[in-house]
Design a protein around this ligand. Structure first.
Ligand code: PLP
Length: 244
């Protein structure tokens, strides 16, 4: 008899998802509390890449409304599938992956936020392609704080220049910056990265009225990121389980 392989991208049980989500939320709240901040000052973005629409729907029924996706087609398919489920709350979708120029239209037409902006040409395309019936696209500039040549993101100086240009584009609303620090750094190096992000964010906040978002922290480091002032953590595996 053929055996169906276990699909690793399905959560073991609905209960497991519920427990993991509750655990992450309470860890976020505890980290905020420890830093003298309110739990509401940190938004939880559930990174659902590689997991199917039914799992996202489950998370939505548990009250999670913001989701992050890295791949355009995969994200758009989920957005469309879930927008047809009228019993779900209104969901907010964040594009957090590398942006190819030929995919900007799909992003502009389907996502609410883009966190991975690093080129003015892409910002201009998103601005031109944002449909008139949708609210402005909310954008974060991705910063490569450790200046690793292999990683996405702009330098601090480039971020300041790009922010000025983006703020002048119609249909885009500059909300802040995002970083993916290198994995496996020493605690000290990680703290230095988070600290530099916080400093850049403060500078941008003084210059641009709508800047209120510092997106940093993932499953492995969101507590440290919150201690360093993060206002949005992007958590995948700690909520949905390991990706294959
Ligand atoms: C995958 C991903 C995450 C989530 O990573 P986890 O380690 O699973 O929490 C967060 N941010 C970005 C940009 C990602 O690509």
């Amino acid at each position: 008899m053929p055996v169906t392989p276990p699909d690793a991208q399905e959560p073991d049980t609905p209960d497991a998802l519920q427990m993991r989500l509750a655990e992450v939320k309470s860890r976020v709240a505890a980290a905020a509390f420890t830093s003298g901040r309110s739990p509401e000052s940190v938004r939880l973005l559930a990174v659902s890449k590689t997991f199917g629409a039914p799992i996202v729907a489950q998370a939505a029924r548990l009250g999670q409304t913001c989701f992050g996706e890295n791949y355009v087609q995969e994200g758009v398919a989920k957005i469309q599938a879930l927008s047809q489920q009228s019993h779900l709350p209104k969901l907010e979708w964040h594009f957090i992956g590398p942006i190819q120029s030929n995919k900007t239209r799909l992003i502009a037409e389907h996502f609410d936020w883009v966190q991975s902006l690093e080129r003015l040409s892409v910002a201009q395309r998103l601005s031109n392609q944002r449909p008139p019936n949708l609210p402005d696209l909310q954008v974060l500039i991705q910063v490569n704080i450790s200046a690793e040549p292999s990683k996405s993101g702009v330098t601090v100086q480039e971020a300041l220049d790009l922010a000025g240009a983006v703020a002048n584009l119609p249909r885009l609303c500059l909300r802040g910056i995002m970083a993916i620090p290198q994995a496996g750094m020493s605690d000290q190096a990680q703290q230095a990265c988070f600290g530099q992000m916080q400093q850049l964010w403060q500078t941008l906040k003084q210059q641009f009225a709508r800047v209120d978002t510092l997106s940093m922290g993932m499953s492995a480091d969101f507590e440290q990121a919150i201690a360093a002032g993060s206002t949005m953590v992007r958590v995948g595996s700690a909520i949905f389980g390991e990706r294959t």
